[in-house]
Design a protein around this ligand. Structure first.
Ligand code: NAD
Ligand code: IPM
Ligand code: MN
Length: 360
């Protein structure tokens, strides 16, 4: 069986980590009898350099025509990169937001799981880590502050900036349903995270999530304020099964959760719409500080590729094999610098990719 995969290597470490994910995918294809036909697309800074804009309509169409999109990361150093001399709507990040919106990728799944083998890389104390944790952060991805009206004005010589946070009940309902559906296949617990003590959008969020919860009587729902959640993530991460939250809160909480898994270099993600189609990318950025040095951790991208096999291509066996290979490489003591600990063997990005591929 052949599948059409759009590949967006992006900027910074993007091309390095995507190359390793492709190697691993191809090894899985060989073993499980499928072939991925890749079309490389430009987005972010790489697209600005060629087309002057971070995402062209042709790229969106090519992505839509594929079975799934595999992405690295986009963006550069805001201080030194010429991309940030452009107006905000033409910068790399605008391309990422545009592709999410154009493909209606409203459901962003970010699994934060502590591998037994990575306990030493987790910054929490042993008694907090206990038997580890396994949570799914369900982040709404096409609404909220990211897509609200924004402008900068000057009033009486005073500069003023305005960003607006809007959600309608339909946007909340569809992500909530996704959250409950996923919880049903896990430990049947949803923690909905909001700021309902202050924000109207959060009060609506809470009300709609309560309504949706009635459709899922087998799933336990609780609510948590976002500031408390940020604290609880490092106090007792094992209490969470599915965290259901809006766009900006999910962005921040998922970076925090990633670190308790050992490193942001471990956190994969899938961005889905109502169909089988999805965009798969690590949760981290383009890491300009380590780009081109062959030291980035490719595991988040490789695990995102496994999610692509599972969710968009129905290749569960191959997805399992990729996840097993990652676990095995960690068991065998290989680490990139970000998850390095005593007694382990430090390897670079390419070598980590090769070692995982070898274990498929
Ligand atoms: P970042 O995630 O790129 O990096 C934060 C820190 O984590 C850096 O020290 C970096 O070296 C480290 N890091 C990240 N990924 C790593 C990996 N795989 N292995 C080892 N270390 C890793 O966040 P930032 O520095 O705030 O942002 C850099 C650029 O990336 C910005 O332009 C930002 O807008 C962009 N960004 C893009 C995405 C995306 O494409 N989805 C996500 C986040 C940030
Ligand atoms: C992410 C990133 C993006 C976001 C940025 C680059 C726009 O941080 O995917 O987590 O905030 O969604
Ligand atoms: Mn982020």
């Amino acid at each position: 069986m052949n599948y059409k995969i759009a590949v967006i290597p992006g900027d910074g470490i993007g091309p390095e980590i995507v190359a390793q994910a492709r190697e691993v995918l191809d090894a899985a294809g060989k073993k499980y009898g499928f072939q991925l036909d890749y079309t490389e697309l430009l987005m972010g800074g790489a697209s600005i350099d060629v087309y002057g804009v971070p995402l062209t309509d042709e790229t969106i169409e090519a992505a839509k025509a594929s079975d799934a999109v595999l992405m690295g990361s986009i963006g550069g150093d805001a201080k030194t990169s010429p991309w940030y001399q452009l107006e905000p709507s033409k910068r790399p990040e605008a391309g990422l937001l545009k592709i999410r919106k154009s493909l209606n990728l409203f459901a962003n799944l970010r699994p934060a799981y502590l591998y037994e083998e990575l306990k030493a890389a987790c910054p929490l104390r042993d008694e907090i880590i206990g038997d580890g944790f396994d949570m799914m952060i369900m982040r709404e991805l096409t609404g909220g502050l990211y897509f609200g009206e924004r402008r900068t004005v000057e009033e009486n010589g005073v500069r003023k900036a305005i960003d607006t946070l809007t959600y309608d009940e339909n946007e909340i309902r569809r992500i909530a349903r996704r959250g409950f559906e996923i919880a049903r296949k896990r430990r049947k617990k949803v923690t909905s995270v909001d700021k309902a003590n202050v924000l109207d959008s959060s009060r609506l969020w809470r009300a709609v999530v309560e309504e949706v919860a009635k459709e899922y009587p087998d799933v336990e729902l609780s609510h948590m304020l976002v500031d408390n959640c940020a604290m609880q993530l490092v106090r007792d991460p094992a209490q969470f099964d599915v965290i259901l939250t809006e766009n900006m809160f999910g962005d921040i909480l998922s970076d925090e959760a990633s670190m308790v898994t050992g490193s942001i270099g471990m956190l994969s993600s899938a961005s889905l719409n109502e169909t089988k189609f999805g965009l798969y990318e690590p949760s981290h950025g383009s890491a300009p500080d380590i780009a081109g040095k062959d030291i980035a951790n490719p595991i988040a991208t490789i695990l995102s590729a496994a999610m692509m096999l599972r969710f968009s291509l129905d290749l569960d066996e191959a997805a399992d094999a990729v996840e097993r290979a990652v676990k095995q490489v960690l068991k065998d003591g290989y680490r990139t610098g970000d998850i390095m600990s005593e007694g382990c063997t430090q390897v670079g990005c390419r070598e980590m990719g090769r070692l995982i591929k070898e274990r498929i």
